[in-house]
Design a binder for this molecule. Structure first.
Ligand SMILES: *[C@@H]1O[C@H](CO)[C@@H](O)[C@H](O)[C@H]1NC(C)=O
Ligand SMILES: *[C@@H]1O[C@H](CO)[C@@H](O)[C@H](O)[C@H]1NC(C)=O
Ligand SMILES: *[C@@H]1O[C@H](CO)[C@@H](O)[C@H](O)[C@H]1NC(C)=O
Ligand SMILES: [Cu+2]
Length: 202
């Protein structure tokens, strides 16, 4: 009987660890590069991904494995997020992952996708990031679809995500600093995770 008190005390700790969710930070265009950094994340349902637009004029736009540089109808699209040189705040977009099957993204600024500016959530051996980026490189700029049929066997029906808020407008007043001291995001939904995100960014 004396053990029952100890056992009860442990349970809330286990429950808390099971429900813990991760906020991933992905920098877009850091150091003036045509990059998502990191280029992939492995995320669980309920995890969030905060995209930080570090420089220049990029987007994070959902596509499909079959057509890496073509926007997916109804998919996530940040729109263009220009950042002035020397800016002390940068825009951000946070999305919530709603599936463990892969999600595919690119930057829709002219030429960037074809130069490899792509991003993936939960890529697999059969649909790898390297395959996706390779297909982006050979994309026909007029269609966004690969010029070869190498990646055309993929189906993309399940590749979609949920934006945690409305699509942010380019005029949103972000207060994020590139070094991550603090940030205010473009929508109320993003504000909800701003505290956690700022801590992890440091
Ligand atoms: C960002 O890029 C888009 C598409 O090329 C362009 O229409 C827009 O004017 C650019 N914004 C700025 C501030 O350069
Ligand atoms: C594809 O990648 C190669 C090697 O990195 C690069 O030289 C080429 O410009 C890329 N293709 C396009 C369309 O950007
Ligand atoms: C993820 O969200 C998208 C957009 O709301 C939805 O179409 C899709 O069915 C969702 N995926 C799952 C596995 O619920
Ligand atoms: Cu870009």
């Amino acid at each position: 009987m004396r053990f029952s008190t100890a056992a009860a005390a442990v349970l809330p700790v286990l429950a808390a660890s099971v429900s813990a969710q991760t906020n991933f930070q992905v920098q877009i265009g850091a150091n003036q590069g045509l990059t998502f950094d990191p280029p992939t994340v492995t995320a669980a349902v309920g995890d969030t991904i905060s995209f930080l637009f570090m420089a220049k004029n990029h987007t994070v736009t959902q596509s499909s494995f079959a057509a890496p540089c073509q926007s997916l109808a109804g998919g996530i699209d940040s729109g263009f997020q220009p950042v002035a040189a020397g800016a002390t705040s940068v825009p951000s977009l946070t999305v919530t992952v709603n599936q463990t099957t892969p999600l595919w993204f690119y930057c829709k600024q002219t030429g960037h996708c074809e130069k490899g500016m792509v991003f993936a959530v939960n890529p697999t051996a059969a649909k790898s990031f390297a395959m996706f980026q390779g297909a982006a490189n050979t994309s026909d700029p007029t269609s966004g679809a690969p010029a070869s049929s190498a990646a055309a066997s993929a189906t993309s029906g399940a590749a979609s995500g949920t934006s945690s808020g409305s699509t942010p407008s380019a005029s949103a007043s972000g207060t994020s600093t590139p070094n991550g001291a603090a940030r205010t995001a473009a929508s109320g939904a993003i504000l909800a995770v701003a505290g956690l995100a700022a801590g992890l960014l440091l």
